[in-house]
Design a protein. Structure first.
Lengths: 172, 102, 365
C-alpha cells in the first residue's frame, strides 16, 4: 500500500478511535465505531482482503453495531453527567496505556523490523492470484480449518440460545 | 520505498488496541466499554490481515473470519446480559453495579 | 491513465443520471398508478404554461421545488448532528448500491472494450449486501434523533424489520451464487445469455423461481413498502421515523425510499430476468434459433441492451407499486413472524435443494 495513503488512513483511524472513547453520548460513540469499522474495511481492501472487507461491513458495521444501537435505543441512554472515571483513574489508565504501547512496539514490533529491503519484501511483492478471494478462503475454511468452523457454528447456536434466554422477560 | 512496511501496520494496530484498552479502563458506561472491546478486536483483525498480506498466506484472513464470528456471538450475549442487568438495577453505570464487591 | 479515469467518471455520471431519472419516474408512476388503481385522477394541478403533462410537471418539477423551499424545522432537544446526518446516511447506501449493477454488456469504442458497469467488482453480490445492511442506519438514527416517542418506536420497529428480512434476502442470493458459480454481477448476467436446449434463454427465474419470490418479498420488506410498511404507517405512527423531518431532509428520505425500490427492481432484473440480456441478441446482432441472423452495429446492440435493462427495471418498479396499492398492511407481529418463521426456513430449504442439485449435476457431468 502507498505510504501516503496509509498515513491518511492511519490519522483518520486514530481520530475516530479516540472519538469512540471520548464522546459523552453512547450513540455518538457507536457511530464513531461505525466510521472506524468502515475505514478498517477500506484498509483491508487495500491489503488484498476483499472478502474480509465485505464481511467487516456486513457483519460488524451492519449487524453488530446495529445491535448496540438497538440496545442503546431500547434503554434510552442519553448523555450522562459523569462520563469518565475519577481524574486519578484517568491518569493511571493513560499512563498504563502508554507503557503498554511502548512495550508492544519495543518487544513485538521492533524485532519484526529486519533490514529495510526485507521489511517491505512481502508487502511489495504481488500476491498470488486468487488471494483474498471468496474461493480461496472457502477452500481453506472447509479443509484445514474445518474443526474450527464446525465448533464456531455450535458457538453461534449457543450464543443465540443464550441471548434469547437472557433477554426474555420472566413470565411471572 | 513505495509501499508501507508491515511495522507501520503493526504500530497502528498497537495504537488502536491501546486506545481500546484506555476506553475500557476509563469509561463508566457499560455499552461504551463494550464498544471499546470491539475496537480492540478490530485492532487485532488489522494485525492479522497485515501479516496475511506480508507472508502471502490466507491463514491470517481465516483467523479474522473466526474473530468476527466470535465477536458477533460475544456482542449478542453481552448485550443480553446488559439488558437483564438494566431491568433489575435500572442503571448501566459500572460504578453502581457493585453488588458482588467485597 | 486519464482516459481510464475519464471513462470511469462518465460511467458514474450515467449511473447517477439513470438513478435520478428512475427515482423521478417512479414518483410519477406511484402517484398516477395509485390514482388509477383507486379510480381517481391523481396529481395534475401543477402546470407550466397550461401544460400539465399528465402529472409529470407536478411530480418532477413542482414537488421537489416545494420540498427544497420549505423551512427546515429542527425540534428542540435533539442532537443536531444526528438529525442532519440521518437522511444523508439513509441516501448514501442506496445510491452507491447502483454502482455494482451492470446496465449493459461491453461498448466497443476505439478498440477498447468498456464494461457497462460503474464499478467492476468481483464480489459484487457482497457489496450489494453490505450496502443494504447499511441502510438500517438511516432508520435507527432518524428514529433516535427526533426526540419523539413515536419516531423512536417507528425507528426500532423499522430497523428490526430490516435486519430480519436481510437474512432471507442474503440466503436467496446465496442460492443464486451457487447456481451461477460467481459473485460478479456482470458474469451472472452474461451467464444468463446461454440458451437451454438451444431455445429457452437461461434466465435466473427458470433456475430459481422460489429464490425470486423470496428475494422480491424480502426486498419489498427491506424498503419498508406496503404491505410491510408499519414502521412508517401513515395512519398509526404519524409518519413513523421521519415525522420530525421537513424540507430537504424529508426529500432525502423520500428519495432514498424510491431509489431503494429502484435498487430492488434492478437486482431482481439482474439476477432473475437476465439484466440487460435480450433473448437471442449477441454482441454482433440477433441470432435466432430457427436460423435467421440479423447483424447490427455494436453500438446499436449496446443501446438496445441498455434500453432493455431500463424497461425491465421500470416494469418491476411498477410491480412493486401495484403490490403496494393492492395488499393491506401486515401487523407488526405478523410481519416479524413471516420473516423469521416463514421466509427464513423456506430460503434455507431452497439453499439446501440447490446445493443437492448442483452437486448431482457436477457428479454426473
Amino acid at each position: 500500500m502507498n505510504p501516503g495513503l496509509f498515513c491518511i488512513l492511519a490519522v483518520l483511524l486514530v481520530a475516530s478511535a479516540l472519538s469512540v472513547i471520548l464522546q459523552p453520548s453512547p450513540i455518538r460513540s457507536a457511530l464513531s465505531l461505525v466510521v472506524t469499522l468502515f475505514l478498517l474495511a477500506v484498509t483491508f481492501l487495500l491489503l488484498d482482503a476483499q472478502l474480509i472487507a465485505a464481511l467487516q461491513v456486513i457483519v460488524y458495521a451492519g449487524a453488530i453495531v446495529v445491535l448496540f444501537l438497538f440496545v442503546i435505543m431500547l434503554l434510552n441512554l442519553q448523555e450522562e453527567p459523569r462520563v469518565m472515571a475519577r481524574f486519578g483513574t484517568q491518569c493511571a489508565a493513560v499512563l498504563l496505556g502508554s507503557l503498554f504501547l511502548l512495550a508492544l512496539v519495543r518487544f513485538a514490533v521492533a524485532p519484526l523490523r529486519p533490514p529495510a529491503s526485507a521489511a517491505t519484501a512481502g508487502m511489495a511483492a504481488a500476491v498470488p492470484p486468487g488471494f483474498g478471494s471468496v474461493a480461496t478462503l472457502a477452500n481453506l475454511l472447509f479443509t484445514h480449518f474445518l474443526l474450527a468452523f464446525e465448533i464456531t457454528s455450535v458457538l453461534l447456536l449457543v450464543a443465540i440460545v443464550g441471548a434469547v434466554v437472557l433477554a426474555k422477560r420472566r413470565l411471572v | 520505498m513505495n509501499v508501507a512496511p508491515i511495522s507501520w501496520f503493526l504500530i497502528l494496530g498497537a495504537v488502536l488496541f491501546t486506545i481500546g484498552t484506555i476506553g475500557v479502563l476509563v469509561r463508566r458506561n457499560v455499552i461504551v466499554i463494550f464498544l471499546s472491546i470491539e475496537l480492540m478486536l478490530n485492532a487485532v483483525n488489522l494485525v492479522f490481515v497485515s501479516f496475511a498480506r506480508q507472508l502471502h498466506s490466507m491463514d491470517g484472513q481465516v483467523v479474522v473470519f473466526f474473530v468476527m464470528t466470535v465477536a458477533a456471538a460475544e456482542a449478542a450475549v453481552g448485550l443480553a446480559i446488559i439488558l437483564s442487568v438494566f431491568r433489575n438495577r435500572e442503571t448501566v453505570n459500572v460504578d453502581e453495579l457493585n453488588l458482588l464487591r467485597w | 491513465m486519464w482516459i481510464v479515469i475519464g471513462i470511469a467518471a462518465v460511467k458514474t455520471l450515467v449511473v447517477i443520471a439513470m438513478v435520478m431519472g428512475l427515482a423521478g419516474t417512479l414518483g410519477w408512476i406511484e402517484r398516477k398508478g395509485s390514482a388509477y388503481i383507486q379510480d381517481r385522477v391523481g396529481a395534475n394541478r401543477a402546470s407550466v404554461f397550461g401544460i400539465a403533462a399528465a402529472g409529470l410537471v407536478n411530480t418532477i418539477m413542482a414537488d421537489p421545488l416545494k420540498f427544497l423551499t420549505k423551512e427546515d424545522v429542527i425540534p428542540t432537544g435533539v442532537d443536531r448532528l444526528l438529525h442532519t446526518l440521518a437522511p444523508c446516511v439513509s441516501l448514501f447506501p442506496v445510491l452507491v448500491a447502483f454502482a455494482a449493477i451492470p446496465f449493459g454488456d461491453v461498448l466497443q469504442v476505439g478498440g477498447r472494450d468498456i464494461n457497462l458497469q460503474a464499478v467492476s467488482l468481483n464480489v459484487g453480490i457482497l457489496f450489494i449486501l453490505a450496502m443494504l445492511s447499511l441502510g438500517v442506519y438511516g432508520i435507527v438514527l432518524g428514529g433516535w434523533a427526533s426526540n419523539n416517542r413515536f419516531s423512536l418506536l417507528g425507528g426500532i420497529r423499522g430497523s428490526a424489520q430490516m435486519i430480519s428480512y436481510e437474512i432471507g434476502m442474503g440466503l436467496s442470493l446465496v442460492a443464486m451464487v451457487m447456481t451461477f458459480g460467481t459473485l460478479d454481477l456482470q458474469e451472472m448476467v452474461r451467464a444468463q445469455g446461454h440458451l437451454i436446449g438451444g431455445v429457452l434463454p437461461a434466465w435466473g427465474i427458470i433456475y430459481q423461481p422460489l429464490a425470486f419470490l423470496i428475494f422480491l418479498t424480502a426486498g419489498i420488506a427491506e424498503s419498508k413498502r406496503a404491505p410491510f410498511d408499519l414502521p412508517e404507517a401513515e395512519s398509526e405512527l404519524v409518519a413513523g421515523y421521519f415525522t420530525e423531518y421537513s424540507g430537504v431532509k424529508y426529500l432525502m428520505y423520500f428519495m432514498s425510499d424510491f431509489i431503494e425500490i429502484a435498487v430492488v427492481a434492478a437486482l431482481v432484473t439482474t439476477l432473475f430476468f437476465g439484466g440487460w440480456q435480450i433473448p437471442y441478441l449477441l454482441r454482433d446482432g440477433f441470432h435466432f434459433p430457427w436460423g435467421t441472423v440479423a447483424l447490427l452495429p455494436q453500438a446499436v446492440v449496446a443501446v438496445l441492451q441498455i434500453v432493455a435493462f431500463l424497461l425491465k427495471v421500470v416494469f418491476f418498479c411498477w410491480v412493486q407499486v401495484l403490490i403496494r396499492w393492492t395488499l393491506p398492511r401486515l401487523r407488526y407481529d405478523q410481519l416479524m413472524a413471516f420473516g423469521w418463521k416463514g421466509l427464513l426456513p423456506i430460503s434455507l430449504v431452497n439453499v439446501l435443494a440447490t446445493a443437492v442439485v448442483v452437486l448431482l449435476l457436477q457428479a454426473s457431468a
